[in-house]
Design a protein around this ligand. Structure first.
Ligand code: WTA
Length: 643
């Protein structure tokens, strides 16, 4: 792996950004040597109701930033712009899948946020209460996020492609009092029944008192008057100003569920002060934004990318953004490129999966449109292969502009490793996320925790806290400690492989654990396994992945069926349906293989390494600890027969 990455470095061209003056090395050194001085200065750019008493309180594994400081993120995003020319600027250009559109200025967003906040208060929502937001990419979603932040309610956004059951798991864990949903959502010309899923979750979770429904699709929706309320009815008469709560810098802002090594997703808890600062600064540094920027982050708000870089950071910086509801290739393959032309987008931030999909459809689609407004491109979510990087660079950027490949995670709040054209020019290498942000001190370790020399692949760790770092795992501090801080004590463990090359450029090489990235969506083998064994025909199951040309990785499952259920195409389809109903469409396996036995160690642990080798056609390697060699051969045979 190391060698392959090194030879890529040698063969591919480097490109240079146009950049303003700045001194990356000096900023990085300063943040490393004097973090309190550096971040104290940076934090002066936020509006504080009360200044902090201490910049950083760091007791492994908890970092508390701007201790004693008081602020409100909705105030950073809205109120403070009401005193400047940003007030009448466009905050969102919203584009619906059906071709409808809406333009929201900062002043309008401010008014609506106050109205929504008043409506929530009218329902009895108080500071610290939890609200689940299960909405498609429509303006109501950012407005509810801002309204919750305004009144100090902790929100959890649940991606609209998750099933009713997956929604219920999250609602139950966070004990949400209210679910906000929409009548439905548009996807590739179809209407998906979000409200029905919300009802399914509410029935399972006694904590839910109300479902607020945003009318978005025309179809008939059944309402239970004791529980369900239309947003429009709720808003009637809610036109007053709602004073923003003075939140403590370390008060929780939101919980976002993500996959790890356990069967249940964990609630990543983010705070207020450090998070607000981190996302705004990293956005400026990675994308050199200014007053003329028209930003388009194509991520769904249901993921961290959407939280930090569709909603909060662009609003904090007073930028205009595009927000698009629908599928990238609907109704035609040039939908995205027509949106860029229509709104004069200057920065496009998207995923390698999307780039690879467009690459397959051919450059004639972007070529139909004038993309000359673009100034910088961005990539996120999974490693970008050099071929996709170069296609993006050539056919979207026309070899004029650079690509900020940003490596980060739900847990990190914002970008960690990325080019920084907002600070200083530096060279790019296709496929490398380049250098750490100021404040980020990474190292590459071997399995024993020894720092590896440049050129070798190991585990990336982050040696010091940074302002966007998660506060905790929601009501599970033991899991927080165990997941991120136990393997290499004192260091944050992201769970990715990494290699630092001879120029100190970092290459993020994919997950080192049981997390699978399907089209950039994070899902764990444990989650898939516990979902599929919930089906009465399944005795045992193991999930793994294999590389996929478009999606990065594809889910492969090995299943043993209970006596009495013979393998068949019908049961395979049934299990796929079951996974989609339990988790959501992102859990669709590429293939399900039926075997009599799963390969296990003598102590009964499934040897996933072997299944992965079988699924990817690699050599199986050492099987000395295997209990029954036949099961590997069987898995191989099942795979060979069906693939
Ligand atoms: C992967 C998404 C390589 C990585 C923001 C990480 C990347 C996981 C990149 C987090 C990138 C994200 N290059 N890998 N530029 N960006 N990843 O929590 O494996 O959904 O650990 O956050 O995505 O996924 P998450």
């Amino acid at each position: 792996m190391t060698q392959a990455a090194d030879s890529r470095v040698a063969h591919l061209p480097t490109t240079q950004y146009f950049c303003p003056s700045g001194d990356y090395d000096e900023m990085w050194r300063r943040a490393d040597q004097d973090p309190e001085g550096f971040w104290g200065e940076q934090a002066m750019d936020l509006d504080w109701f009360k200044r902090w008493d201490k910049v950083l309180d760091w007791k492994v594994p908890y970092a508390r930033w701007f201790v004693g400081g008081k602020l409100n993120l909705s105030y950073q995003c809205l109120d403070r712009h009401m005193k400047t020319e940003v007030k009448n600027k466009v905050a969102f250009y919203w584009e619906g899948e059906l071709g409808d559109s809406q333009v929201l200025t900062y002043a309008e967003l401010y008014r609506l946020t106050n109205n929504y906040a008043a409506a929530l208060k009218r329902l009895g929502v108080k500071r610290g209460d939890r609200i689940a937001l299960y909405l498609p990419m429509i303006p109501a979603l950012p407005i509810f996020m801002l309204a919750c932040a305004r009144i100090g309610a902790i929100f959890t956004v649940v991606f609209s492609a998750f099933s009713g059951q997956a929604l219920a798991d999250r609602v139950e864990d966070v004990e949400a009092k209210i679910i906000v949903t929409s009548s439905g959502m548009h996807r590739r010309g179809k209407i998906l029944p979000l409200k029905d899923n919300a009802v399914e979750a509410a029935k399972r979770c006694p904590c839910v008192e109300k479902i607020i429904v945003v009318k978005h699709t025309g179809h008939n929706v059944e309402m239970d008057p004791s529980r369900d309320v239309w947003l429009n009815d709720l808003l009637a008469g809610c036109d007053e100003y709602v004073a923003p709560e003075h939140m403590d810098s370390n008060d929780p802002l939101f919980v976002l569920y993500t996959s790890g090594s356990t069967g249940k997703p964990k609630g990543i808890l983010h705070g207020t002060g450090g998070y607000s600062l981190w996302i705004a600064k990293t956005m400026q540094w990675a994308f050199n934004t200014d007053a003329q920027t028209v930003w388009w982050c194509t991520a769904d708000i249901g993921w961290i990318t959407g939280h930090s870089y569709v909603v909060y950071a662009p609003l904090e910086l007073g930028l205009s953004s595009v927000m698009y509801e629908g599928a990238p290739d609907y109704p035609t393959l040039d939908r995205w490129w027509s949106i860029i032309e229509k709104y004069g987008v200057t920065i496009l931030y998207t995923s390698p999966t999307a780039i690879r999909m467009f690459m397959r459809h051919g450059e004639e689609w972007p070529a139909k449109h004038d993309l000359s407004s673009l100034k910088i491109l961005g990539s996120v979510g999974e490693p970008i292969n050099p071929e996709a990087w170069l296609w993006y660079y050539r056919h979207i950027g026309h070899e004029r502009i650079g690509i900020s490949d940003t490596w980060w995670q739900t847990e990190t709040g914002g970008f960690m490793i990325s080019p920084t054209p907002g600070i200083q020019p530096h060279f790019l290498k296709p496929g490398s996320a380049t250098k750490p942000m100021p404040g980020i001190v990474p190292a590459v370790l071997d399995a024993e925790g020894k720092e590896l020399p440049n050129g070798q692949t190991g585990f990336i760790v982050i040696k010091k806290p940074w302002p966007g770092m998660l506060l905790d795992i929601y009501h599970n501090p033991e899991l927080y400690q165990k997941t991120y801080w136990s393997r290499f004590p004192g260091y944050y463990l992201p769970g990715d492989y990494c290699m630092k090359d001879q120029d100190n450029f970092l290459w993020l090489l994919g997950r080192a654990d049981e997390v699978i990235k399907v089209a950039g969506h994070r899902i764990s083998t444990a989650e898939l396994e516990s979902a599929i064994v919930g089906h009465s025909a399944v005795a045992e199951a193991a999930a793994t992945s294999r590389p996929d040309e478009i999606k990065g990785e594809a889910i492969i499952m090995f299943v043993t069926l209970r006596k009495g259920t013979p393998p068949s195409v019908e049961i395979k389809n049934e299990l796929t349906r079951h996974l989609r109903a339990t988790i959501g469409t992102l859990a669709t396996p590429e293939e399900i293989f039926f075997v009599n036995l799963l390969p296990k160690t003598r102590s009964g642990k499934i040897m996933r390494r072997l299944l992965k080798a079988v699924a990817t056609g690699a050599t199986v390697g050492d099987t000395s600890t295997l209990d029954d060699g036949a099961s590997v051969d069987e898995a191989k045979a099942a795979f060979a027969e069906l693939s």
